[in-house]
Ligand binder design. Structure first.
Ligand SMILES: Cc1cc2nc3c(=O)[nH]c(=O)nc-3n(C[C@H](O)[C@H](O)[C@H](O)COP(=O)(O)O)c2cc1C
Length: 401
């Protein structure tokens, strides 16, 4: 099964990611990853760090001449800012205290809880790893997972639906029928990755206003997929449910505080008849169709053949240029929370990370279902499974009834 992990500190020498369980013979190149890496750095409201980092990805293991070997793939992203932090972040022992210690915990960050947990006296030991700089690695690994999913005909796209109080109204959301390429172009033409131009402008204005006030903003992004094969995930055991895996994947992103699937929280307000998606027979017998997709592509923790529709809510950025009150842990005296170079709003970037995490969670689920040591074997297993689905559907209407 596909598994992955990340390592690295925000101002350390490099970020590292490793992903294993990929089939041998899969096309993989830095060029396939660089577009997503560039997209994560974009978005109106980002801070100065994004201008320093080039986020170039290097393959260290598992790939030879543009093809996966079936062994673990390791990627490295050098932190260019490390040259300004060599003394503070040197992994080797050094005399004296590092110069840029942090002693005033920032509300909304891991600073306090992490310091108590690990016994750190310098909060930098916490924030260096808790920082969302780590998401650069997830986006790189997510691009690899996307490449794997493309072998199964699965595509994933995301866009921003809300920043602060500015939200795309329900009737202006891109229709489910909109081709992903069209949607992607609309998203990319917006500085906040909002596919509705007028609303995007209002979002930018809201970020501008927050910045002037020394404040920050959060928001909501949506991730959609093309129709998934039926049967990813399982209701048979709690930890095999795909809805749970996708929620964890999205909730694991720094600052994400809520996840909705399909209608999400709105479903709790409606009666059942206005929520669940009726079945109707296909025009040619041999298939079941749905009249809508309120379930967001998942029933019983299993993909039901519909496109996925997921939303994630991001809280406003915690670092404020007009800082909240805090306490200096050296002096015990009130002090404004410390400031690390920071974004005003990172919802557009988070949407790219969300897309990557959905790719990784789906790749995991697909690799569990189909297995396959090589691309050839994976595709044979996938086609076998699809043939069984056709057989199952072919029996519709032929029963005794
Ligand atoms: C793409 C991205 C960029 C972020 N940039 C910042 C930032 O510049 N400043 C900041 O204070 N928080 C930023 N955050 C959020 C923090 O990393 C996060 O709030 C913090 O680590 C605490 O974790 P929690 O909010 O999940 O509890 C960012 C999050 C994401 C996903």
């Amino acid at each position: 099964m596909i598994r992955f992990a990340t390592a690295g500190e925000s101002h350390g020498p490099a970020l590292i990611g490793t992903i294993e369980g990929l089939p041998a013979g899969m096309d993989l190149s830095v060029g396939m990853i660089s577009g997503e890496m560039a997209r994560r750095k974009m978005g109106y409201g980002r801070g100065g760090r994004m201008k320093i980092e080039t986020d170039e990805v290097r393959f260290l293991t598992g790939v030879r001449r543009g093809k996966t070997l079936g062994s673990p793939v390791t990627i490295m992203i050098e932190n260019r800012d490390f040259r300004n932090w060599e003394e503070d972040m040197d992994p080797n022992p050094r005399e004296g205290e590092p110069g840029r210690g942090v002693f005033t915990p920032r509300p909304g960050h891991a600073d306090y809880a992490g310091a108590v947990k690990f016994g750190h006296r310098d909060l930098r030991n916490v924030l260096e790893r808790a920082s969302a700089r780590e998401t650069a690695t997830r986006v790189a690994l997510g691009s690899i997972a996307r490449q794997y999913l493309s072998l199964l005909g699965i595509d994933v796209v995301s866009y921003v639906v809300r920043i602060g109080t500015i939200e795309i109204p329900e009737d202006q959301l891109p229709p489910a029928s909109m081709p992903f390429e069209t949607l992607r172009n609309l998203v990319l033409s917006s500085e906040v990755f909002c596919p509705v131009p007028g609303i995007g402008e209002e979002m930018i204005e809201a970020i501008r206003t927050a910045k002037k006030a020394g404040d920050t903003l959060g928001g909501i992004f949506e991730v959609r997929t093309s129709p998934l094969p039926v049967g990813l995930g399982s209701y048979a055991q709690w930890d095999q449910r795909l809805d749970a895996a996708l929620s964890q994947a999205l909730m694991s992103i720094q600052a994400i505080k809520g996840v909705e699937i399909g209608l999400g929280f709105e479903a709790a307000r409606r009666s059942g008849s206005a929520v669940h998606d009726p079945f109707v027979p296909g025009v040619d017998s041999g298939s079941l169709l749905r009249t809508r997709n309120h379930a967001g592509g998942l029933e019983g923790g299993v993909s039901n053949g519909q496109p996925l529709r997921l939303r994630a809510a991001m809280k406003p950025i915690s670092t404020l240029y007009e800082p909240l009150p805090s306490v200096n842990i050296k002096t015990g005296m009130p002090a404004p929370a410390s400031i690390e170079r920071s974004d005003i709003c990172a919802v557009p970037a988070a949407s790219v990370v969300g897309e990557a995490m959905v790719c990784l969670a789906l790749a995991q689920a697909a690799s569990q279902k189909y297995g396959g040591d090589s691309v050839e074997e994976l595709i044979a297993h996938f086609q076998g499974s699809e043939a069984l689905k056709s057989k199952w559907e072919g029996e519709i209407g032929r029963g005794q009834g």
